[in-house]
Ligand binder design. Sequence first.
Ligand SMILES: [Fe+2]
Length: 182
Amino acid sequence: MTGRPFEPVALPAEAAALHAELGAPPRLLAHHRLVHDVAVRLLAAVGAELGVDADGVRYGAATHDIGKVRYPQELSGPGSRHEEAGRALLLERGVPPELARYAGSHGSWQRPGLGTEELLVSLADKVWKGRRQPDLEDLVAGRLAAARRQPLWEAFLHLDDLLAPIAEDAPRRLAHQAAFPL
Ligand SMILES: [Fe+2]
């Protein structure tokens, strides 16, 4: 799988424009393109049956870490200050709350009351780098089980079949992202 050039699908136009207007670092843009690319795959597989707002998920995946323009040290190190800062930044720019919410929620999937859209953005933000996050996957499998009227274990297997090949391809994505400057 290595050696092939990697070309993630294009970001939604408004999300791409936002990066340009903010002078977002190339690494951040690359990250958003990769997470958005994974989100598009998740949507293609389960978006319709989950009944989610696909445009919202795409926008969320494409902007979730935008707060890192204010906390650039969190691009290469740990930290969650970018989360609320990102939501605030989007709201300040007139982005509606239902689209700004992903920036604030992508790191806290345990929070009660999150929409399935938000869980999908959190999931894409894990699996792009090969991280399997059991508690998050359980939450998504629960939504899937309800939508498919399936037992949880069956929905979990369905989700696993979807995520495993995406996670396997993570080294190629990580190498792609690392090639962009901070
Ligand atoms: Fe991220």
